[in-house]
Design a protein around this ligand. Structure first.
Ligand code: HEM
Length: 503
C-alpha cells in the first residue's frame, strides 16, 4: 500500500515531535539530577503565582508566617518573577558571605530606573565595575573620617536647635515624629548640599512615594515580558512626573555648587566631592551629572528615613517600657554630666544607650526586607536557585526568631550585655545594615544620627505621653506600610525640662 503525501507528513511530524519530547525529557532528567532539593512553596494560582498572598498586608509579616510553614528558604512566584525568601541565620550567611558576590546584584524596578537615574546611583546599581567605582568614592571620599567630623558639627548645631524648640514647648504635646524627621533631614541636607534646601519637604515627599513605588511590585515589574502591561502601567507616568520635579530640585543644587563650593566647617559637602571627582580624568567611568543626581538622591533617601524612623521607634519603645527609660536616662545623665556639647565620641561609653539602639533596630529594622538578585545558578541550604532570581532576605523575621532570641517580642536591651553582636554583618540573625559587599556604607553616620540625638533627648527632658490618661501598655505600636517600616500614627510626647543637680 502506498502512503499518500499527507500521511507521510503526519508520520514525519509525529516522529519529529517524539524526538523533541525525548530530548526534552533527557534534558529535564539531567537538570533534575544536577539540581538539589526542590524549593518548598505555598500553593500558587495560575498567572499571578503568589501575588494574592501579599495583598493588603505588610510583606514582612506575610513572608514570616509563610516561612514558619514552608521553611527558611522558600520560593514565591510573583507574577513572572522567580523569588526566593531567606529567613534563617545559616541561609542568610550563605547568601551574604559564602555566595557573595554571586548574590550582590540588586533587583531593579521601573521605579528605581526612573527615580534613580537608570540605576546610575549606588544603592540600585547592578554589581559591576561602575558600582565598584561609586562605592570606592563613597567610602573613601564622602563618608570618610574627616567628613564624619564635619557632619558631627552639623548634627550638634541641628540638635541644639531642636533642644531649644523643645524647651520652649515644655508642657505641651509635640509631634516628635515630625520634629525628629525634620531634624534628621536638615542634618543630611547640610551634609549633602551644604545647606538646608528650600524644597526639603518636597524632597521628603518624593523619597517616601518613590521608595514605596520602587519595591518591584508594579505590574510592569511583575510581568516584564508584557508590552501591554508596561504601556498600561499608569504609575510609570506618575513616576516620570515625580522625576521631573526631582530633577528640577537636584539640577538647581548641582548648578549652585558649580558656582560655589559650599561645605561647612572647612569641609566639602557631598555635592562638592562629586563635582571634584567629575573633573578627575583618571576614572574608569566618567561621573555624569545623572550619576551625581542619583547619588544625592541615594544619600537623602538612605540617610533620612532610616535614622529618623529608628529614633522615633526608640522613643516609643522607651515610653512603653518605663523601666528601660529610667535605666537609660540614669546612664545618660551620669555619663554626659557637665558636657557642653555631645557627639559620637561622647556616647561611646554609654553602653546601655547603645543596647537600646540595637534592640530598637532588632525589632524595627528600617529595611525589614533586603532585596538582592543572584547573577548565576546558586545553591542555598541544598536548594537550587536559578540565576536572575530575586532574593529577599527577611531581616524582620531574623530579628524576632525565637531560635536566636530569648523572648523575642520583649524590648529588653540587656540581652546585648552578654552577646558580642555588632552591626558589621557577621551575626546573620541581626543585620539591620545588611552584610557582605553591599553592607550599608553609611553605617557609622546612621548609628551616630540615632545615638547622639537620642542621648540629648533623654538628657535634657523627661517625657510623658501626649494623650492625657493614656497608659504605656495601650500605646499604638502599629507599623505603617513603607520601605522603612515607620509607625502608623505620629508619636506625640510632652517634654518637661530636666535640670541637672549641682555636684
Ligand atoms: C539607621 C540608619 C541606616 C540603616 C538601618 C541602613 C540600612 C541599610 C541597609 C539594610 C542597606 C542594604 C545593605 C545590603 O544590601 O546588604 C543599606 C544600603 C545603603 N545605605 Fe544605609 N542605612 C542607614 C543609614 C544610611 C546613611 C546615613 C547613609 C548615607 C548617608 C546610607 C547609605 C547607604 C547606601 C549608599 C547604601 C547602598 C550600598 C550599596 O548598595 O552598595 N545609609 N543601608
Amino acid at each position: 500500500m502506498e502512503l499518500e503525501l499527507p500521511s507521510i507528513n503526519i508520520l514525519l511530524g509525529l516522529l519529529f515531535s517524539s524526538y523533541c519530547i525525548i530530548l526534552l525529557l533527557i534534558k529535564q532528567w539531567k537538570t533534575t539530577e544536577n539540581r538539589g532539593k526542590l524549593l518548598p512553596s505555598p500553593p500558587k494560582l495560575p498567572v499571578i503565582g503568589h501575588l494574592h498572598l501579599m495583598v493588603g498586608r505588610l510583606p514582612q509579616h506575610v513572608l514570616t508566617r509563610a516561612a514558619q510553614k514552608y521553611g527558611p528558604v522558600m520560593h514565591l512566584q510573583l507574577g513572572e518573577i522567580f523569588s526566593v525568601v531567606v529567613s534563617s541565620r545559616e541561609a542568610t550567611k550563605q547568601v551574604m558571605k559564602g555566595l557573595d558576590p554571586a548574590c550582590a546584584d540588586r533587583a531593579d524596578s521601573i521605579g528605581t530606573k526612573i527615580m534613580w537615574y537608570d540605576n546610575k546611583d549606588l544603592i540600585f546599581s547592578p554589581y559591576n565595575a561602575h558600582w565598584r567605582q561609586m562605592r570606592k568614592i563613597c567610602v573613601s571620599e564622602l563618608l570618610n573620617a574627616r567628613n564624619e567630623k564635619s557632619f558631627g558639627f552639623i548634627r550638634e548645631d541641628e540638635m541644639s536647635r531642636l533642644v531649644r524648640f523643645l524647651r520652649s514647648s515644655a508642657g505641651q504635646a509635640v509631634n516628635m515624629t515630625e520634629k525628629i524627621t525634620a531634624t534628621t533631614c536638615s542634618i543630611i541636607c547640610r551634609a549633602a548640599f551644604g545647606s538646608v534646601v528650600r524644597d526639603d519637604e518636597v524632597l521628603i515627599g518624593l523619597v517616601k512615594t518613590a521608595s514605596g513605588m520602587a519595591n518591584g511590585f508594579e505590574l510592569a515589574d511583575l510581568f516584564p515580558s508584557s508590552k501591554l502591561l508596561n504601556l498600561l502601567c499608569l504609575n510609570k507616568y506618575r513616576l516620570w512626573k515625580m522625576r521631573r520635579k526631582l530633577d528640577a530640585i537636584l539640577e538647581g543644587v548641582v548648578e549652585e555648587h558649580k558656582l560655589k563650593q559650599s561645605g561647612e566647617f572647612g569641609g566639602e559637602d557631598i555635592v562638592d566631592v562629586l563635582l571634584r571627582m567629575q573633573k578627575n580624568s583618571q576614572l574608569q567611568f566618567p561621573i555624569t551629572t545623572d550619576t551625581i543626581k542619583g547619588f544625592i538622591f541615594d544619600t537623602f533617601a538612605a540617610g533620612t528615613e532610616t535614622s529618623s524612623t529608628t529614633t522615633v521607634w526608640a522613643m516609643a519603645e522607651l515610653m512603653k517600657n518605663p523601666r528601660v527609660m529610667a535605666n537609660v536616662q540614669a546612664e545618660v545623665r551620669e555619663g554626659l554630666k557637665g558636657k557642653k556639647s555631645v557627639d559620637a565620641s561622647d556616647v561611646q561609653q554609654l553602653k546601655y544607650l547603645k543596647s537600646v539602639v540595637k534592640e530598637t533596630l532588632r525589632l524595627h529594622p528600617p529595611f525589614p526586607l533586603i532585596p538582592r538578585k543572584c547573577r548565576e545558578d546558586i545553591e542555598v541550604e541544598g536548594y537550587s536557585i536559578p540565576s536572575n532570581s530575586r532574593i529577599v532576605i527577611n531581616v524582620w523575621s531574623l530579628g524576632r526568631d525565637p531560635l536566636y532570641w530569648e523572648e523575642p517580642e520583649i524590648f529588653w536591651p540587656e540581652r546585648f550585655d552578654h552577646i558580642s553582636t555588632d552591626y558589621v554583618g557577621n551575626n546573620f540573625e541581626f543585620i539591620p545594615f545588611g552584610g557582605g559587599r553591599r553592607i550599608c556604607p553609611g553605617l557609622n553616620l546612621g548609628v551616630a544620627n540615632v545615638e547622639v540625638p537620642l542621648a540629648q533627648l533623654l538628657y535634657h527632658f523627661d517625657w510623658k505621653l501626649g494623650e492625657p490618661g493614656m497608659s504605656p501598655v495601650h500605646m499604638d505600636m502599629t507599623v505603617a506600610k513603607g520601605l522603612s517600616g515607620p509607625r502608623k500614627t505620629p508619636l506625640f510626647l510632652v517634654p518637661s525640662i530636666y535640670i541637672p543637680t549641682q555636684p
